[in-house]
Design a binder for this molecule. Structure first.
Ligand code: AMP
Length: 276
């Protein structure tokens, strides 16, 4: 595996790949890799001749310096993880080189003022601003994102439709632990007790979803979701609501919906979404 830290070096390898007509799959990450990332890499390896993973903790998508500084970092492990998963290139550029004093922020116009966008103002502007940089550097054939961050996936889908029409976006189902919670870099920050509480919250949420009548519409399901949340011992949550799978609206029947949540365990913010 090649570990490349600067753009010009990366581009000379990419040129060589393109001359050989290799297809390139790209998996953007913020590191602290886990089996969820592994699923994206596996699919890219199936689909392409070469797979590039980037590790870049993008300061622009964090609303506080504290959250940015506390984001899990696990470099040595990440290198081993990429080697074990037979990644071809690990691209790990510096923030200085990626942004190169360019202060321009791309404003996201889609799926606004709802879910994570409502609580993390500017977060998705930061996400698409950095992806714009990486997409234009890497020019891969395909790019891989997880359903774990479903609103992000929908926003990127629109961004790619608008600006990178020839790039194929491949979405990957959420990889879960046996107990049901999703693999997430942030889980590392949970204590044993918090992990246990989170697992039991997740199990109760799943049971709650299964208890709903299939004929319910999304609005009525949300009344029940509010009731359910008042019965839960969760110190802090931002949202817990059903939305339409396709347009993230409140319109439609529950069978077309997903339940989205963002809750806190201590200082750790945990998001997930479950297909009904
Ligand atoms: P991150 O490093 O958290 O920015 O995530 C990088 C990519 O991995 C994003 O496309 C995520 O949606 C995806 N991802 C994170 N966790 C999971 C998971 N448990 N299953 C599948 N994909 C995931």
């Amino acid at each position: 595996m090649l570990i490349i830290k600067d753009i010009s070096n990366l581009q000379s390898y990419l040129n060589a790949y393109q001359n050989r007509k290799y297809s390139i799959g790209y998996v953007p990450t913020m590191g602290a890799l886990h089996k969820g990332h592994g699923e994206l890499i596996k699919q890219s390896k199936k689909d392409n001749h070469k797979t590039i993973v980037s590790i870049f903790i993008n300061e622009k998508q964090f609303s506080s310096k504290e959250d940015f500084e506390n984001y899990p970092r696990n470099k040595g492990f990440d290198y081993d993880f990429c080697i074990d998963n037979e990644v071809d290139i690990l691209f790990e550029p510096s923030s200085e080189e990626i942004f190169n004093n360019d202060e321009k922020i791309i404003k996201n116009k889609n799926f606004k003022d709802m879910l994570c966008d409502k609580f993390r103002k500017g977060h998705f502007d930061g996400v698409i601003t950095v992806l714009d940089k990486f997409f234009s550097i890497i020019k891969s054939n395909k790019v891989y994102f997880g359903e774990k961050d479903y609103q992000q996936l929908k926003i990127i889908e629109k961004f790619i439709e608008e600006k990178y029409k020839s790039l194929d976006l491949i979405s990957i189902q959420t990889k879960r632990h046996e107990e049901g919670i999703a693999y997430s870099s942030r889980n590392e920050k949970l204590s044993k007790k918090q992990t246990q509480d989170f697992i039991s919250f997740h199990i109760q949420t799943k049971n709650f979803i299964s208890s709903l009548e299939k004929s319910l519409d999304i609005e009525n399901a949300n009344l029940k979701a509010n009731e359910f949340m008042t019965s839960q011992d969760v110190e802090k949550f931002e949202y817990f609501e059903f939305r339409n799978n396709t347009d993230l609206s409140f319109i439609g029947s529950i069978s077309e919906a997903r339940l989205f949540y963002a809750i806190y365990k201590g200082k750790v913010r945990l998001i997930d979404n479950l297909k009904v």
